[in-house]
Design a protein around this ligand. Structure first.
Ligand code: ADP
Ligand code: MG
Length: 225
């Protein structure tokens, strides 16, 4: 047993493309503690999304071990992994991933329905999370009535709903102008400090360095710094 929130040892991921093999990850070693804001940087194709998906149990490594909160993910079946992910992790994506017909409130609350939280607790938690991200006054707006930055805030509230100790964000500022991107990065910084969770985000944006505690550089499927 160790204290690492993320402990990845010698992780490889090989994709089959036709009869060719693509080595997307080549021997990743990664240990992260609780309460840190970390950027995973690297060019397009360097393996950022692949690594994030494996750490979040959305994909499995070809070889190597991934332990999250001390639990070896390879010991979980696909169904167990899905359940574990919903209960324990938060995810944020580049294009927000909100359901367009649902309000901000409903998008957040849906996550809590999926894991069987009681209706009273769902309401409190949903409103609390929308408040954290500064959308307390827009809870009934639908995605199309919100700006890109506001939509990403809804997605962040949704990621916080189950009170995760780890949030994984794949290019969360990729579709935002730099002013809005800076606001989202500040929000992440505040959430990490106030909630004590770990937030690992991918990016190829220079400006993230000013916000995060640590930068990991990925090159051709390996962490180079
Ligand atoms: P990044 O997020 O840094 O742009 P990715 O993790 O998406 O990088 O991709 C890493 C490498 O793996 C790239 O060469 C990409 O083309 C390849 N790759 C990613 N997903 C697949 C897939 N589903 N099938 C085959 N190759 C893939
Ligand atoms: Mg990617």
């Amino acid at each position: 047993m160790n204290d690492y929130l993320i402990d990845a040892q010698d992780v490889y991921r090989v994709y089959q493309r036709g009869h060719q093999e693509v080595q997307a990850l080549r021997g990743i070693q990664l240990q992260l503690e609780s309460g840190c804001f970390v950027a995973l940087k690297g060019r397009s194709g360097s393996g950022k999304t692949t690594l994030l998906n494996i750490l979040g149990g959305l994909d499995r490594p070809t070889s190597g071990t991934v332990k999250i909160f001390g639990r070896d993910l390879s010991t979980l079946s696909d169904d167990e992994l899905t359940r574990w992910r919903r209960e324990r992790l938060g995810f944020v994506f580049q294009s927000f991933g909100l359901l367009p017909t649902l309000s901000a409130y409903e998008n957040v609350e849906l996550m809590l329905r999926l894991i069987g939280v009681s209706s009273r607790e769902r309401r409190e938690r949903t409103l609390h999370c929308l408040h954290i991200v500064g959308l307390g006054k827009r809870v009934h707006h639908r995605p199309y009535e919100l700006s890109g930055g506001q939509q990403q805030r809804v997605a962040i509230a949704r990621a916080l709903a189950n009170q995760p100790r780890l949030i994984l964000a794949d290019e969360p500022t990729g579709e935002l102008d730099s002013l809005t991107a800076g606001e989202i990065l500040s929000l992440f910084q505040r959430i990490v400090a106030e909630e004590g969770l770990t937030l690992l985000m991918t990016s190829h944006d220079m400006m993230v360095d000013d916000y995060v505690d640590r930068v990991l550089q990925l090159k051709d499927g390996q962490i180079v710094s």
